[in-house]
Design a protein around this ligand. Structure first.
Ligand code: S3P
Length: 429
């Protein structure tokens, strides 16, 4: 149980470099492992989720050295992974599980995947079904972990994703690398494209994009790389929202990834009238910027609908928090995918924000929120429910209340941001 900082009228101040992007860090381990040569990854996110990915590849014979946020991976090539001697423990990580299920479907050995209680409740049919169409031989436990992946011969596929999910898209792409011909994946809405971007860094024209179709060239030559992971916009978002909402704040978040498939939170902040500026933008394949945020006393309400949900899927608890402080009524709809995250985030957000007397109602696919600055602590025992992003959202909410509040389940925050409380303290002092 952690006592949270409350009533921070002095504001957040200073510069901060947030840790590396989680999605990009996972993919850097995966693609370095299956390429030829030694890769060096700088500003790697050494959080619990990414360590689950590292451990899985170590079990399959890949030498991986992690020193702070510097990662060195001695790749074994596309066909060089070895049969692990133990079950592969995915921990809490949906990304590790879903991306690896694609890659492992094409191996000539069997793997067993297990995970923690939360991960074992999350749906895996969304990957096992399309992968089975490609020739994978996957046994799930009623559509969940534990899962056994038997050796399979992967056939090329043309597959239209029924849900907008970068994890499912990436699972199919990783399986398709080992297919007998080129494959096509069709996205209903654009989702984060880090797998495609990074594959084209490790190999030449592995992925081509034609409208909403992603063409995956099979059996590519992948060569080791040296690259920097940008700061995680999903981690920076907690401080962007805190600085927008807490009086007297002014911060600069340095070197944050602003890939257009991830910047929905910036669009929301700007539409609500927040004082946000992008400085020092770079134009690399994973573009970055410094993000300057200043306290904004009056925020407009917002309507977020289905098309833009994938661009801010992990930031929706924060969007709900922003709306809870706005002048008027906001709606977030088309977000039923939130029910399948580390917790049912529609339920956990509503349950926890109502403890602060926030007028938020659960919809089947999102939230309806009446904004107000008149928050009152009705129940001071806040709970992350074991969900890192819920825990950090509540720590930001606590900055805006007058009476002491505690957070249960704060340990979960190390899933994506082990230094979160240190960084919050630094900006608050
Ligand atoms: C991720 C994709 C998203 C996101 C998750 C990370 C990824 O999940 O919520 O935190 O790295 O591909 P879905 O693609 O399942 O929506």
């Amino acid at each position: 149980m952690k006592e949270l900082v409350v009533n921070l009228n002095t504001g957040l101040h200073g510069d901060l470099e947030v840790p590396g992007d989680k999605s990009i860090s996972h993919r850097s381990v995966i693609l370095s492992s299956i390429s030829e040569g030694t890769s060096h990854v700088h500003h790697f996110l050494a959080s619990d989720d990414c360590i689950s990915t590292i451990n899985a590849f170590r079990e399959m014979g890949v030498q991986i050295d992690l020193d702070g946020d510097e990662l060195t991976v001695t790749g074994v090539g596309l066909h060089g992974l070895k049969e692990p001697q133990t079950k592969l423990d995915m921990g809490n990580s949906g990304t590790t599980t879903r991306l690896l299920s694609g890659l492992l479907s094409a191996q000539n050995f069997t793997t067993n995947l297990i995970g923690d209680d939360s991960l074992s409740k999350r749906p895996m049919k969304r990957v096992s079904e399309p992968l089975s169409m490609m020739g994978a031989r996957i046994e799930t436990t009623d559509g969940h972990l534990p899962m056994t992946i038997n050796p399979g011969h992967i056939k090329a596929v043309k597959y239209e994703l029924p849900i907008a999910s970068a994890q499912v898209k990436s699972a199919i792409i990783l399986a398709a690398l080992n297919a007998d011909a080129d494959s096509v994946v069709i996205e209903p809405q654009v989702t984060r494209n880090h797998t495609e971007t990074m594959l084209n860094q490790f190999g030449k024209d592995v992925i081509e994009r034609d409208g909403n179709q992603i063409i995956v060239h099979h059996n590519p030559k992948l060569t080791a790389q040296d690259f920097n992971v940008p700061g995680d916009i999903s981690s920076a978002a907690f401080f962007m929202v805190a600085a927008t909402l807490v009086p007297n704040s002014h911060i600069v978040l340095k070197n944050v990834g602003i890939n257009a498939t991830r910047t929905g939170i910036l669009d929301v902040l700007i539409k609500m009238g927040a004082n946000v500026k992008l400085l020092n933008q770079t134009n690399s394949s994973e573009p970055t910027a410094d993000i300057e945020v200043t306290y904004t006393p009056d925020l407009k309400p917002i309507d977020v609908t289905e098309e833009s949900i994938p661009l801010m899927i992990d930031e929706l608890p924060l969007v709900a928090l922003l709306a809870s402080r706005a002048n008027g009524h906001s709606h977030i709809t088309g977000a039923e995918e939130l029910r399948f995250k580390e917790t049912d985030r529609i339920q956990t957000v509503v349950l926890e924000l109502q403890k602060l007397s926030i007028q938020i109602t659960e919809l089947s696919d999102g939230f309806s929120i009446d904004g107000s600055k008149d928050w009152r602590v009705a129940n001071s025992s806040l709970d992350s429910h074991g969900d890192h992003r819920i825990g950090m959202t509540l720590a930001v909410a606590a900055l805006l209340v007058d009476t002491s509040v505690q957070l249960d389940g704060e340990d979960a925050i190390s899933i994506s941001y082990p230094q979160f409380f240190d960084h919050l303290k630094r900006l608050c002092s």
